[in-house]
Design a protein. Structure first.
Length: 528
């Protein structure tokens, strides 16, 4: 359930409890739409698929991976969407399908776009290269699930031991949260207590801490200061669906945001600059808090808290829009087969946000552009991630979805730290991991696909799927499918090759980085 925006910036998020099952549409093959930024509609390329049936937990996406997809990257285009097997469609039920169509027409939501023809058969296996990724061992037992005598760590490493070391300790969290809450509350009160364009800002609790997927050390936090902006009109920036120009439909005199208008458009750069200036004035009153230097293209104002230990807090200015979502999101949020069609309709009725992240034009930035953000929806999904409502609640069955996401985030974090200063790693962020995770969950929606007993195998399949995205240069934004996060225009092939080789090496060798980077104190706990 969404949390109250009046809550402190960081505390344990509440989880709703219900024994009922989510309302779901009749099953049909989910289609996460993919494509380059300028492609839309049925002509858009599809995302790399996490394969078909879920016979026993992780086999849902293990067996359907295209041959060689997670192997060594090759020069030129990787396997295209036509090479990727799709989920098998279940038998159609005309009556239910008609009822669903009537419901969608009444709600104003169209159905998620599905392929018009049956999926192609899987390609013939290719010869394995020297660096090809090893296949995970099949689960034991006649039904494909681990038997009672299955040895722990059968896949060469113990994910549960790694997660235990990465688990945030309550004492550390309490101390960090107290420090962050004090600073954030002080800045928020200061902005609201003076006449300024930001007098109406409120706190939006978002980010990995509130999504409960933060790992390792509680020393980095994100908060969003939202400002409701009514009666706006959005214009897409040069067919790049993630970025928009903002202007007012009716702009009465005395609008405090008029100072940030350029040629009738609201300038993200000007507004962020003023916001940064005013936050600086507020933290000057707080001992032990400084502001980090501005990072080109970043939408965040970063504060550094010195005590009890150094903590960085990214404050992100966001415009809140309560209008209909942009047209480019119509085919995104493909959760009907996972969380239910009604959940999707309800989520699309919630506000969306624009953050002061400017589109890049060559070596410079377009100062007047804003980037779409759905942080509030991502938090809701991650905190209510099961096919059943009681998934991972105290009285419900546990799954390993979030554990897989934590491990993958930590893997990328450690690879970046190990290669700090290498320009090839500067274009990769945890948001790309989260996006791939959402696609995996949508394509393998059943809770049985994510059984805790199959954690290692589920994680290895997640890693393979991420490698497949790198290999095919396709990672569609989960909400804006025509915006490709792995587009060649955004990340060069050399950088993707480099990350691919690093992750592939970890997968083939049992993830040694989980041992070497956890520290001497943890070495006795992590068995590889």
């Amino acid at each position: 359930m969404p949390l109250s925006e009046d809550e402190p910036a960081f505390q344990e998020a509440a989880t709703s409890k219900s024994g009922s099952r989510r309302g779901k549409a009749p099953s049909k093959a989910p289609g996460a739409r993919a494509g380059a930024p300028k492609v839309s509609g049925q002509a858009a390329a599809r995302a790399p698929k996490a394969p078909g049936k879920c016979r026993a937990a992780p086999e849902a996406f293990r067996n359907g991976a295209p041959a060689g997809a997670s192997g060594s990257r090759r020069k030129g285009r990787g396997p295209g969407p036509e090479d990727v097997p799709e989920r098998s469609a279940r038998a159609a039920r005309p009556r239910k399908a008609s009822a669903r169509a009537r419901d969608e027409d009444a709600s104003g939501e169209g159905p998620e776009t599905m392929p018009d023809s049956p999926p192609p058969p899987p390609p013939e296996p290719r010869a394995r290269s020297r660096r090809s990724v090893r296949e995970p061992r099949p689960p034991t037992g006649p039904t494909g699930t681990p038997g009672p005598d299955a040895a722990p760590g059968a896949h060469g490493w113990k994910a549960r031991d790694v997660l235990e070391v990465l688990r945030l300790r309550s004492q550390e969290v309490s101390a960090a949260a107290a420090a962050v809450n004090g600073v954030v509350d002080s800045v928020l009160r200061g902005l609201r207590g003076r006449e300024s364009p930001f007098k109406g800002v409120t706190l939006l609790n978002a980010g990995s801490y509130y999504e409960r997927v933060k790992v390792s050390v509680p020393n980095e936090f994100d908060v969003m200061f939202k400002l409701e902006v009514p009666r706006t009109e959005l214009e897409v920036y040069e067919n790049c669906a993630a970025f928009h120009f903002v202007k007012f439909k009716r702009n009465p005199r005395g609008n405090p945001l008029n100072a940030f208008l350029e040629d009738g458009y609201l300038s993200a750069s000007k507004m962020l600059s003023k916001f940064r200036e005013m936050v600086q004035e507020e933290i000057a009153k707080i001992p032990g808090v400084t502001m980090d230097e501005e990072k080109m293209g970043s939408p965040a104002v970063t504060l550094l808290i010195k005590k009890p230990k150094e903590i960085s807090v990214d404050i992100i200015l966001a415009l809140e829009l309560k209008s209909s979502w942009p047209k480019s999101t119509q085919e995104g949020l493909t959760i009907s087969q996972w969380l239910g069609r009604k959940v999707r309709i309800d989520l699309r009725r919630k506000p969306f946000y624009l953050v002061a992240k400017c589109a890049k034009e060559g070596d410079r930035y377009q100062d007047k552009t804003w980037r779409l953000s759905f942080s509030n929806i991502e938090k809701i999904i991650l905190n209510n991630h099961g096919e059943t409502k009681t998934c991972c609640e105290s009285d419900g069955v546990k799954c390993c979805r979030k554990d897989c996401l934590k491990l993958m985030k930590y893997l990328l974090e450690q690879l970046k730290r190990e290669n700090e200063g290498n320009e090839k790693m500067e274009q990769f962020f945890s948001y790309q991991v989260k996006t791939a995770f959402f696609h995996m969950c949508a394509q393998a929606p059943e809770d049985q696909c994510w059984q805790v007993s199959n954690l290692e195998l589920c994680f290895e399949n997640f890693v393979k799927y991420f490698l497949q995205c790198l290999n095919t240069n396709k990672l569609p934004h989960f909400f804006i499918p025509e915006y490709n996060l792995f587009s060649k225009n955004l990340i060069d092939s050399t950088s993707k090759d480099f990350l691919h080789s690093l992750i592939e090496n970890q997968l083939n060798n049992g993830f040694p980085i989980f041992l070497t980077k956890i520290g001497k104190k943890s070495r006795s706990k992590v068995v590889l």
